[in-house]
Design a protein around this ligand. Sequence first.
Ligand code: AMP
Length: 467
Amino acid sequence: MASFSALGLSEWLLEQCRQMGINKPTPVQQNCIPAILEGRDCMGCAKTGSGKTAAFVLPILQKLAEEPYGIFCLVLTPTRELAYQIAEQFRVIGKPLGLKDCIVVGGMDMVEQALELSRKPHVVIATPGRLADHIKSSSTFSLKKIKFLVLDEADRLLEQGCTDFTKDLEVILGAIPAKRQTLLFSATLTDTLQDLKTVAMNKPFFWESQSEVRTVAELDQRYILVPEKVKDAYLVHLIQTFQDQHSDWSVIIFTNTCKYCQVLNMMLREFNFPSVALHSMMKQKQRFAALAKFKSSIFKILIATDVAARGLDIPTVQVVINHNTPGLPKIYIHRVGRTARAGRNGIAITLVTQYDIHLVHAIEEQINAKLKEYEVEENKVLKILTQVNVTRRECEIKLESTDFDEKKEINKRKQMILEGKDPDLEEKRKAELEKIKKKNRKFKSMIQETLQQKRKMQMKKKATEER
Ligand code: AMP
């Protein structure tokens, strides 16, 4: 394998790598760094935890050192936590340059961010929504001279889903120069390749790790078939076993809703497990605090929604548990990628109910590997079943007595207002739509019934004619 110096990086950057303890480039770095230094647009698709961040941070800092000014580079990423993580790598590697960075994410003070932006930081690391807000509302900074645009977790940024970034991206792309270098990175680029190619304009250098299996070899991938109603007893049993056997292991548990995330956290706390929750209904300060507690290994269990599925780099995580089977293989790949990072070992266990088996097949097809069954001592699970179910129900009742659902509703309405929609009008529209759908369903079944009768009559007629 080549060394960092063979990639064309300057001596000061080699020294920074040495100081960080990274001595040999990973394949994504080895392939993408020279192309970026040559001035090419670049799309890098490499497995989770394979050093994608340094693959763009190193060459960007080299170019910045040759021509230092602000704002030189803009990095966009889908979650706030990832923005902080990327900023940290820029800070550590860019220390000798006296690098000034600015993090622009939702949930944090906007005035302070505006001030920082006006001071011309070298690098801006942002989530699209908040940056678009700044662009629309402020004229005290300009992105017109940026040399680099990086889309980290690029496929997520361009994907249309519950958090749709497309409008914000349009605003941002309108505020940056057409002549720039565009760098796109993710572990799952291939699905959205065409969309991505329209963002990276100058015949991008495309690099994808050549491996049939899309997850890393160090990851042990398992499943447990569980009846829906006893899932949590299995979860408690698994955590207890890991804790008994490996006192220093950290675990991330992924769930599909904020509410379940909260309930599970309360439940595990009742069982005296050191757990913290991370989901989008928490205030940003609480989100950072939870992550800091987990990273410092004081709290060994993080229960999270998919807000933590991508990019988070926490080397101490040995276990990922999917409390629900992810509906999309792509989400599975990112979730399990929170462990077995940078050559370490890890295990991912997915709880699968009878309704999820087709999802497991879809996952296996995508990753090109089979999940193996994880052996569980069922009698131990049965012993705690009642206690776990009662405790969970108690936690649910406790949560219902707070205004969790109400808060969720308020958050939804706030989001609509931010998107320029009238929440009451939207509600009416939704109700109308539902009515129309219901009517349509009725019409459809009436038409079907009529058609059926018609067919019967035709058959009868034919039969009498034949007689
Ligand atoms: P990333 O995929 O960028 O989140 O990086 C995953 C982890 O790999 C981080 O903890 C990096 O510090 C580490 N890393 C990055 N490059 C290298 C390298 N060349 N050798 C060993 N570890 C690395």
